[in-house]
Write a new protein. Structure first.
Length: 277
């Protein structure tokens, strides 16, 4: 038995509903599932649905932040938030910035391909989250590509050279930590090997993170050893998760839900920490 503590649904950039993903986790035999959509903290509906089918669901959020001193993204997970109002302004700021950037990208793409904002919005869930993958879905439906993150995606949305790319203004990582500490949740650095964010680990430890995501499909063996040593040295918990996105997954390799998990021992330490906050 194990827990997948990093999972996305169509409330952000995953392809499937929370109910579908919860059912999938139950079918996989997971002991627990954490929903960690980008920049939106869920209500208790998913938790209650999980209970109804016999699966523990943990509420969480993945915060999109930026280390401006090192010029790279840093993603921070936060679970079991006791005071959601403490992070509402932070999450709302990122969501608004993402929406503005995506609408600007739709406008640029529409000058090249005959798609409209309405066509893109058809693929957006009730949560209202809109991102590059929704533009790509409209382009796929229109027959201009048969893959989500292939050559056309890179041509349009590569952060350095994409003809239609518009960056999203994200909060400073340490500023975000101020909000997250106030929330009363368990704060975990996500996938330190991604974006080169391992170099920000020391700053986040000093800022008060409680744990580090160890088991993740994109963490390198070298970084995993650094993570283990840092956790032992600073008394931090370790977690694990697949970073599941369904068919919106950016990896070229399939990574089904439950491929990377937190062990029962990791989950027990997580629960002990959460109860004491």
């Amino acid at each position: 038995m194990a827990a997948d503590m990093h999972c996305h649904t169509n409330r952000s950039d995953g392809s499937d509903s929370p109910e579908f993903v919860i059912r999938l986790a139950k079918a996989k035999g997971l002991s627990a599932l954490a929903l960690t959509d980008h920049d939106c903290y869920p209500d208790d509906g998913a938790v209650e649905f999980g209970k109804s089918i016999g699966l523990r669901v943990i509420n969480g959020v993945e915060c999109s932040t930026y280390d401006y001193s090192r010029s790279h993204k840093v993603h921070i997970l936060c679970y079991n938030i006791k005071r959601p109002d403490a992070v509402a302004e932070l999450l709302g700021r990122v969501t608004r910035a993402r929406t503005e950037a995506t609408l600007a990208m739709i406008d640029r793409v529409s000058r090249i391909y005959p798609i409209t904002e309405e066509m893109v919005m058809e693929g957006v869930s009730d949560s209202g989250f809109i991102g590059k993958q929704h533009i790509m879905l409209a382009l796929m439906k229109a027959g201009y590509t048969n893959e989500m993150y292939g050559e056309l995606f890179r041509e349009l949305f590569n952060a350095r050279s994409g003809s239609c790319f518009v960056p999203v203004k994200q909060p400073d990582s340490l500023e975000a930590m101020d909000y997250l500490r106030e929330s009363g949740g368990v704060i975990v650095m996500a996938h330190p090997s991604v974006y080169g964010s391992i170099t920000s680990l020391g700053d986040l430890i000093r800022a008060g993170i409680h744990g580090i995501e160890l088991n993740h499909p994109r963490n390198t063996p070298e970084h995993m050893e650094i993570i283990r040593q840092a956790a032992e040295r600073h008394g931090l918990i370790l977690t694990g998760g697949t970073d599941f996105h369904g068919y919106f997954c950016q990896s070229h390799e399939c990574c089904p839900l439950g491929s990377f998990t937190a062990t029962d021992e990791m989950l027990e330490r997580f629960d002990q920490l959460s109860a004491g906050l």
